[in-house]
Design a binder for this molecule. Structure first.
Ligand code: GAL
Length: 821
């Protein structure tokens, strides 16, 4: 889809019209993004589907919209009496924050009154919804035009028959069932809604499929299949002109083809691109195929498809290669929520997540356990992340009472087809996942279902392999479930890799889900020991990264297998970011509304673990990070271990200038191999310094942490200095409470308030504390371990946004961000 022309409509249409995102010169195709002036009401309002329904008392909202994220949090919201079988539980017990403790259960309705000025009788109109949570039923001008069930999928509806010139009313009813999820799913029209107007003859949604069957240094063969639909059923004389342009906009190939009777309403074109610029995470080179459809000499449709040229191979013994270079996935699993924004999609929020992950050296994302927003896939194409795009957390055997198992028979094929059609032109997508830990692994029919879904993937996209994240490895090996898969994906089973490799035919194994180490940013517990499912009174976990779950591991245990076994092709760590819901190990202990698994917390602040992964994955930049902070009043004289996460082989620790000895990474234990640890040092306030040495013994870097004094002022740091004045762009400002010398006060929990003036507004705030019940949307919150993150949003007027952060007894923080058109 080309987003070439962005402009406002004449003032006359402003109130009713949607935002026009594409408008080609010949007016063959226009796309309207329905973002503003939606009317919204919770509860069941079937009467609101009537065209003349008076919705003036309803709330006015902007879509994408998550109607439940404002809370309030309550452990009774969707509390579930269950035994979580995957976690090894045998007896049901009450789970409080499993789905985030947010009030997302129930029905809700949306209405949007819009005009699509380019629509005239004889043209075609389609509504494309990128995801609606959940069970969307769609009405146009009083009549049902279509429905979907799964809240995570994109779907389109041909609404030509009901569409009017002038005013149209779109109504969408949604319903979230209780006990339908294992995490916070979000609520409402949380992704974009598009209205696409085309001529009577046009290319349908996802009608272009681009593959690159031959790639070598000199040329790439680009095969483009393009579907066409004609309202009158006449396909004679249609022709398609395709122009491939490189990133600079230069034409690199063209082809024209006329449709024949035997073509079954689908054009097939083969083009050659000389000296192709290959796509990879390190070189995310993209091409654009510009398509023009003609009936005789009349231009009927025109649009652009982004694609890339790259080879992927999964080979026995050798593993995975991209463009002929063998590599292991340095991946993370992420849920779809954006912390304090809930499920409502926002490009700036996604870009910030990817920017942080890229700095860690991460090169791959698994969209656990459902289809991604198109904006995420586009960013992964552009920024350079490989993607495992996943469809389901359940097949026919349930994990939750009202989950996907009820939908499987009717919807599974349709859901997989849409997932593939929506994403198959993106070079970033390197494999499909058809399931996560589906209990069907252990059933008689599991293998058949696997084959059914995998075959659909192969039919719709023969160019990418298929995986499943398996947890019941013994079952899956014994009944051959695992051997049918293109890519055997293992969740938390590094200890079984060797044995399974010998039994499996594929010759390689992927760690589809790894680690699940738990930690709370800035929290350190003593004594520092390995603990499984350890619970503390404050509902936090320790950031020494020694705590994990019954089924999971610390990062180092996975690293050993990744490094020692050539046939293991990488890992997807659970998870990149903390997410709403699944507050293991505190599933039964309210308050706790979000996960502890994240390498980065719910506010988007890296935990210590970030630097452990960075020291291994980011091969471009050095890492030297000290764990813990050094402000422990009352611990004087007590053992307080110090760890360094670094890519250097050795380092020396000094406490108040006195050497505590040199540590060198070694193979005596899994943790000694990846961390430098001074386990017996005693706390005394002052300064700790770690000096890192390279392999030749030369001191090459140092890092210092000082004991903080009293909280004195608020330090503000923004991730962006300039925003786009589009009413959507976001700056994430980290507020730290520091002493007079600028040292972080690591236990400060002062309440901060936020005042935003000028060309923007306060959007949300988060502090990464899973136990906090303060809402994200109010301009005040307590700092957690000295920090929180305020999100400010640009308005549509260019100018300056001023943020002031205030707290009683502290010198305020001030920051200005510019916004530009
Ligand atoms: C896995 C599951 C994930 C998440 C994770 C927590 O078993 O696939 O969705 O629940 O455990 O460790």
């Amino acid at each position: 889809m080309s987003f070439s022309k962005h402009h406002r409509l004449p003032i006359l249409f402003l109130l009713l019209s949607a935002f026009l995102v594409t408008n080609t010169s010949a007016q063959t195709r226009t796309e309207y993004l329905l973002e503003k002036n939606w009317k919204f009401s919770k509860g069941n309002h079937p009467e609101s589907t009537k065209e003349n329904f008076n919705d003036s008392s309803w709330e006015t909202v902007t879509v994408p919209h998550d109607w439940a994220i404002k809370g309030p949090f309550d452990g009774a919201n969707d509390s579930q009496e269950v035994a979580i079988v995957q976690n090894g539980e045998k007896q049901a017990s009450k789970k409080t924050g499993r789905t985030g403790g947010l009030p997302f259960i129930g029905k809700a309705w949306y209405r949007n009154t819009f005009t699509a000025p380019t629509f005239k009788k004889g043209k075609k109109a389609v509504v494309l919804i990128d995801g609606a949570m959940s069970y969307p039923v769609v009405y146009l001008n009083g009549e049902e035009v279509g429905r979907w069930a799964y809240g995570y999928n994109s779907f389109s509806i041909d609404v030509t028959a009901k569409m009017k010139e002038g005013k149209n009313v779109l109504s969408i009813g949604l319903e979230n069932l209780p006990e339908a999820s294992r995490w916070y799913p979000g609520a409402g029209l949380y992704r974009n809604v598009h209205v696409i107007i085309t001529e009577d003859v046009s290319i349908p949604v996802w009608g272009t499929y681009i593959t690159t069957p031959v790639i070598n240094k000199d040329f790439a063969k680009v095969k483009i299949n393009t579907k066409v639909t004609a309202a009158n059923g006449k396909y004679d004389g249609l022709s398609l002109k395709t122009t491939i342009k490189n990133a600079k906009g230069e034409t690199v190939a063209t082809a024209t083809k006329t449709l024949n009777d035997t073509d079954l309403q689908e054009f097939e074109q083969d083009l050659i691109v000389r000296n192709p610029a290959l796509w990879s995470p390190e070189t995310p080179n993209l091409y654009h195929a510009e398509t023009k459809l003609y009936a005789g000499k009349t231009l009927k449709d025109e649009y652009s498809t982004t694609f890339g040229i790259r080879t992927i191979k999964f080979e026995a013994q050798k593993g995975f290669s991209l463009n002929g270079v063998y590599r292991k996935f340095k991946g993370v699993c992420n849920h779809h929520d954006l912390g304090p924004l809930g499920a409502a999609i926002n490009v700036a929020a996604l870009r910030r997540q990817l920017t942080l992950l890229q700095d860690m050296g991460c090169d791959a994302i698994r969209t656990s356990h459902n289809m991604p927003a198109p904006e995420l896939v586009k960013l992964c194409d552009e920024m350079g992340f490989m993607m495992m795009v996943e469809s389901f957390d359940e097949w026919k055997e349930p994990k939750v009472k009202n989950g996907y198992s009820h939908l499987f028979d009717e919807w599974a094929e349709k859901d997989v087809v849409n997932m593939i059609h929506a994403n198959r032109n993106s070079p970033c997508v390197v494999m499909w996942s058809i399931g996560n830990e589906v209990p069907d692994q252990g059933t008689k029919n599991g293998g058949k279902i696997l084959k059914f879904l995998q075959d659909i993937c192969h039919r719709e996209d023969p160019t990418r392999p298929v995986t499943v994240g398996m947890d019941r490895i013994q079952n899956a090996l014994d009944n051959n479930f695992a051997s049918v898969l293109d890519v055997p994906g293992f969740n938390y089973k590094p200890m079984l890799y060797e044995n399974a490799y010998n039994r499996l035919p594929q010759g390689f194994i992927l760690g589809t889900e790894t680690a699940s180490t738990v930690s709370s940013r800035g929290v350190y517990k003593f004594p520092v020991e390995f603990f499984k499912m350890k619970m503390y009174d404050d509902n936090q976990s320790s950031s020494y990264d020694f705590e994990y779950c019954n089924w999971s591991q610390i990062p180092d245990d996975e690293f050993v297998k990744q490094d020692d076994l050539k046939f293991v092709i990488g890992e997807f760590v659970w998870t990149g970011f903390d997410y709403l819901g699944e507050p293991t190990p505190y599933d039964e202990k309210w308050p706790s509304h979000s996960s502890y698994f994240g390498i980065i917390d719910l506010a988007g602040i890296p935990k210590d673990r970030f630097y452990l992964y960075r020291s291994r994955w980011n091969t471009e930049k050095p890492t030297l990070h000290i764990v813990p902070h050094w402000t422990f009043p009352g611990r004087e004289g007590q053992v307080t271990p110090v760890f360094a996460y670094t890519n250097y082989p050795s380092a020396e620790l000094f406490i108040n200038g006195k050497s505590q000895g040199k540590q060198t990474k070694n193979n005596s234990s899994n943790t000694n191999r990846y961390r430098l640890m001074w386990k017996d040092v005693k706390y005394q306030p002052g300064t700790i310094k770690v000096v890192a040495y390279d392999a030749s013994g030369k001191a090459v870097a140092e890092e210092v942490v000082k004991t903080a004094g009293k909280p004195h002022h608020i330090l503000l740091e923004t991730d962006r200095k300039a925003l786009t004045a589009d009413g959507k762009d976001l700056a994430y400002v980290t507020a730290s409470i520091v002493d007079v010398n600028g040292n972080l006060c690591p236990d400060a929990d002062n309440s901060l308030s936020f005042d935003v003036k000028g060309a923007g507004q306060f959007k949300v705030v988060a502090n990464g504390d899973a136990t906090s019940l303060e809402p994200f949307h109010l301009p005040k919150m307590k700092a957690f371990k000295g920090k929180l993150v305020v999100t400010i949003q640009s308005s549509e007027q260019a100018g300056k946004i001023n943020l002031q952060v205030l707290s009683k007894g502290l010198k305020a923080g001030n920051l200005t961000v510019a916004t530009r058109k």
